[in-house]
Design a protein around this ligand. Sequence first.
Ligand code: BES
Ligand code: ZN
Ligand code: ZN
Length: 484
Amino acid sequence: MNLKVSLNKGEGIEVVWVFSDEACECKKIEALKESKVFKAGVGEVLADLFGESKKLYLGFGKKADINYETIRTAFFKAGRQLATMGESNAFTVVNKIEGKCYGQTNKAVAEGLLQSEYRFDKFISDKKPASPLKDFTITVNDKLEVVEEMVEEIKNVIEGVFLARDLVNEPAMYMTPTALANAARDQLTPLGVDVQILEQKEIEALDMKAFLAVSKGSEEPPKFIIMKWNGDPSSEEKLAIVGKGLTYDSGGYCIKTPGGMSTMHCDMGGGGATIGAMYAIAKNKVKRNVVAVIAACENMISGGAYKTGDIISSMAGKTIHIGSTDAEGRLTLADALYYVATKEKPNRIIDLATLTGAVVAAFSNITTAVVTNDDAFAEEFIAVGERTGELFWKLPTNEKYRKMIKGDTCDLLNSAKGGAGTITAGLFLEEFIENIPWIHLDIAGTAYFDKPDDYLPKGATGIPVKTLYSFVKCDGVCTHGKKD
Ligand code: BES
Ligand code: ZN
Ligand code: ZN
């Protein structure tokens, strides 16, 4: 879809905003609202093709309750409806909403429309034809250039989200560690990101024993992917992003159930979102320095695989007792985190990982759990998520939880007993970050869905690409949208 921003009305069918508690200019619509045929709920649509000009009435619920997320959802539904109706041109007039930033409002309209275009159909023989909706005009009455810039920006961010989704949706038989590394190189190098891929021998030379232990059972070679974006050479500041990159997690000898295993190609969801975020950052030429790493491998079963009861070492030299071969993500992340902390010396670290089933028990597929050693950093990040529409919640940490991952015959346990699995997994990672301000995002529930939820599709969601991007761009002090 070609999104245009203009001071004039566009071509084709007009998408008209309707609030449930405010009179609509069209008397027929008011009558339909009264008779409850059309209630103007968020994303409810009603087409009028018989008037002088074609219109699609789009509901937003109560005016006082409108926010950027309801705008995204409504325009996602409008985009889908226009495509179903076979419309090739459409437009909407965006008016200023009391208490909302005009730029952000337009950005949410654009995002909703763009989100309506995602599909993962490469394996379907009889593909549905591409959406007929070719041109959509966002008609503004102010700030044309600002809005144009913001629409261009969100287009690139959503491309990053779609890239993350595509990488995660790809079956593990194709999306191997090698394929993930190649995708990072092919997608990011043309945008000016420096991509380096370390091979098994180099990973061994770095002493990444924990990462290598997980990879041992697989015939696919591990890859350590390093991506550097130097958007602000004048600054010493640098953020590190670390994504979990298990291209398949069978559970190892602590084998998963068939049901649990069937979606475990999503276990590189953190890595996929890392590549998607780097894409958005580089494509928008964000003036920040970011280094991202992914320790990519498979967790498989073979005569050479690691076993329960093993005591392995790590790049940091800390020894780890393997209580479960299925708690493999934290082992790969331990070395990836220690690598960035010591070799790159960033000011801040964010890791993102489909790390624990426990987070789904706590938060379902709705909220990403946060574990941190720096509450202010976490609050800053969570606040950015409130604007992007991605939900985060910080979990408690204390010495009692830390004690749960301490070993008797070695330093650490990869699998703690006694519940609080998401907290103890996060605190295990904390052992490898060298006291640098850090937040851990457990996206096991939010990276991959069994069924669609509004603009988030079934399968990979691309969470948390949008929040990572916005956090990097604004570094938590974004002035846009502060009014809400
Ligand atoms: N990859 C899984 C976590 C997961 C679960 C991701 C559901 C996506 C959806 C992870 O490696 C795992 O198996 N964790 C174990 C840890 C336990 C053995 C300590 C878990 O959560 O059961
Ligand atoms: Zn696992
Ligand atoms: Zn895993």
